[in-house]
Design a protein around this ligand. Structure first.
Ligand code: HEC
Length: 125
């Protein structure tokens, strides 16, 4: 999707949100795909999984920042965790935010997902 947008309108005309999601796609490829691509051990991060586990984009980012990658927790910085969160939500059509905004501490609460409770550490062994 990000690649398509880049091809369609050129890097310099991309919105802030598109740039952030594009960066997040790269973060995902490097740090997440080996476990979360379809057919991999941890399973795909589908819309159903995201909306049932997380209240809003902020709780998803917190979870990713603290708990992922599962085998190398703590390697992501907050900026990369926001970017990969933006990309995951965008891919699942859950990123409802003005295109000139970025996903971050101030905007994330407005991106509601509808999960029950902030998910905290429940995958910790
Ligand atoms: C070494 C394998 C591995 C890597 C790498 C990894 N994960 Fe995970 N991830 C897991 C496992 C295992 C779970 C727990 C699955 C469960 O509880 O159903 C999980 C769960 C999650 C969940 C919660 C899903 C849910 O259903 O609630 C999210 C979101 C997530 N990972 C995002 C990421 C992101 C983003 C990255 C990259 C920054 C990443 N993961 C990298 C193994 C991995």
């Amino acid at each position: 999707m990000a690649a398509f947008a880049a091809a369609a309108c050129g890097e310099s005309h991309q919105s802030a949100l598109r740039q952030q999601a594009g960066w997040g796609e790269g973060v995902y490829a490097v740090n997440c795909a080996r476990c979360h691509d379809s057919g991999r051990s941890a399973g795909e991060l589908t819309t159903t999984r995201l909306v049932s586990s997380f209240v809003d984009a902020g709780s998803l980012q917190q979870f990713v920042l603290r708990e992922m990658p599962y085998d190398r927790r703590g390697i992501l910085n907050p900026t990369d965790a926001w970017a990969v969160t933006a990309w995951l939500l965008d891919r699942n059509r859950l990123l409802r935010l003005r295109p000139d905004y970025r996903l971050g501490p101030k905007t994330a609460k407005t991106v509601r997902l509808g999960g029950d409770l902030p998910r905290r550490g429940h995958v910790r062994p």
